[in-house]
Write a protein that binds this ligand. Structure first.
Ligand code: GTR
Length: 435
């Protein structure tokens, strides 16, 4: 690959920005991965071996859920009841007549004078009703997912961008369609799936302000200034937002709410896993390049580490998680146990070869070590003992795929998600394993 001078300067600046002063450079050498012992998902805190599904559901799963809730993502509050939303058709002949675009406002506290989020719902017109769906958050506002002029621009705070898509932390027209390669609606509609997407910043803006903005303060008790050490950080708040989308989908007759897959990329992949772990209504869970704090085992300390993530993004996890900076071996959990919380529902972990920061092998190993729980619950678990080669998806109940390329969501990724859903929901009449 040839680089221009600007390219080189950008690369050097990028590397410098990725390694804050005084920070350990990330380890990318497999030989330097420390030896570690993972906690056994099938051993209770009292030291009892879990040998029956009953023990799993009544003892061990609640223990693991409590650990992740109180020591990593943080406890989230109860949802509002009843839920309140308003929907409006943007275009019933979008995608050249192939889909209907709806805009849905969901009031997060069930009150119209409280905070709200906007959902873009894309329903394929030709698919038999009710339609199964993917739900996922986006990074740049719903209007970034497709160039359609009718999708409202987000008014929420947005992270700065280089190309003028975001000015003064607000989305501009320039951002319209800018993330469409990550949201191939036509391809997904063709496969018979709807998509619901929401801008994550509608629930909580992604920067560390001590939890003064976003959804958190709405739940403070009198005099409370920030979440307690075991209360929700931003990832748990985004996951809670995904559950609110599910509340709505359960009331939308065009959608088959029993067949909804939650997916997310990167920090939103961490979010999708936590949403899937906490909300069993998500029938399939898909993480894309979720890495540290997502599918990757923390104890490997390969690429991003617990200390690094807690330092760069102090708002993502609850305060208690910081006690494990540089002390991964003391964690009574690791990310294979997050995957196990989703059992026996199908989970698909997707990695990218060049995305070493997210530790693809560590993501695979989480799947591997969640397998005993999936088998205990009567599924086929993960049908691979070794990490598969590039572009050889393993689509068993615990699925794993690694593709060539970088940290991103591509149309091949979406093909894999659809193949996975087809297989587990017995759709499309095929094995779903085709390339
Ligand atoms: C990185 C972060 C990763 C991942 C990624 C993203 O900066 O270190 O954990 O979440 O951002 O979300 O794009």
């Amino acid at each position: 690959m040839r680089r221009t001078i600007r390219g080189w300067v950008g690369l050097i600046v990028g590397i410098a920005a990725a390694v804050p002063a005084g920070a350990q450079p990330p380890n990318y050498d497999e030989a330097k991965v420390p030896e570690y012992r993972l906690p056994d998902p099938l051993l209770t805190q009292a030291g009892e071996k879990v040998t029956t599904p009953r023990q799993w559901w009544s003892i061990r799963r609640p223990e693991i859920l409590k650990l992740f809730s109180e020591q990593m993502y943080g406890r989230a509050p109860q949802p509002p009841r009843p839920i309140r939303y308003r929907q409006r058709v943007i275009d019933s002949k979008a995608l050249g007549g192939k889909a209907t675009f709806l805009n849905v406002t969901i009031w997060l506290l069930g009150e119209q004078d409280g905070p709200s989020m906007e959902v873009l719902l894309v329903i394929p017109n030709a698919a038999p009703r009710p339609v199964p769906a993917f739900v996922g958050m986006n990074f740049r506002g719903n209007a970034s997912t497709h160039p359609h002029p009718g999708i409202p621009l987000s008014k929420s705070w947005m992270r700065a961008s280089r190309g003028g898509e975001v000015v003064d932390h607000k989305m501009t027209e320039k951002a319209r369609g800018s993330a469409s390669s990550r949201w191939p609606f036509e391809q997904i509609a063709q496969r018979g799936y709807a998509v619901a997407t929401v801008y994550y910043g509608d629930v909580d803006p992604d920067f560390d302000d001590g939890f003064q903005n976003g959804i958190h303060p709405w739940f403070y008790r009198d005099g409370q200034r920030r979440p307690e050490a075991d209360q929700w950080g931003s990832i748990a708040a985004w996951a809670w937002g995904l559950s609110r989308v599910m509340d709505y989908l359960e009331r939308q007759p065009l959608i088959d709410a029993k067949h909804v897959a939650v997916m997310g990329h990167s920090r939103l992949g961490k979010t999708a896993l936590w949403a899937g772990a906490t909300d069993p209504r998500f029938a399939i869970v898909i993480s894309n390049d979720s890495g540290c704090g997502g599918a990757a085992l923390s104890r490997r300390r390969y690429g991003e580490t617990v200390k690094r993530i807690n330092t760069s993004f102090p708002h993502w996890f609850c305060e208690n998680f910081k006690q494990y900076n540089d002390r991964e071996d003391e964690m009574p959990f690791d990310q294979h146990m997050l995957i196990s919380l989703i059992a026996p529902r199908p989970v698909l972990v997707c990695s990218a070869e060049e995305d070493r920061w997210a530790d693809p092998r560590g993501e695979f190993l989480s799947c591997r070590h969640a397998d005993p729980v999936y088998r205990l619950l009567g599924t086929d678990g993960l049908a691979a003992t070794k990490m598969p080669a590039i572009h050889q998806p393993v689509l068993s109940t615990v699925g794993y795929h690694i593709r060539a390329g970088k940290h991103d969501v591509t149309s091949l990724d979406w093909k894999t998600y659809c193949d996975f859903a087809d297989r587990h929901w017995k759709r499309g009449g095929g094995s779903g394993a085709s390339q």
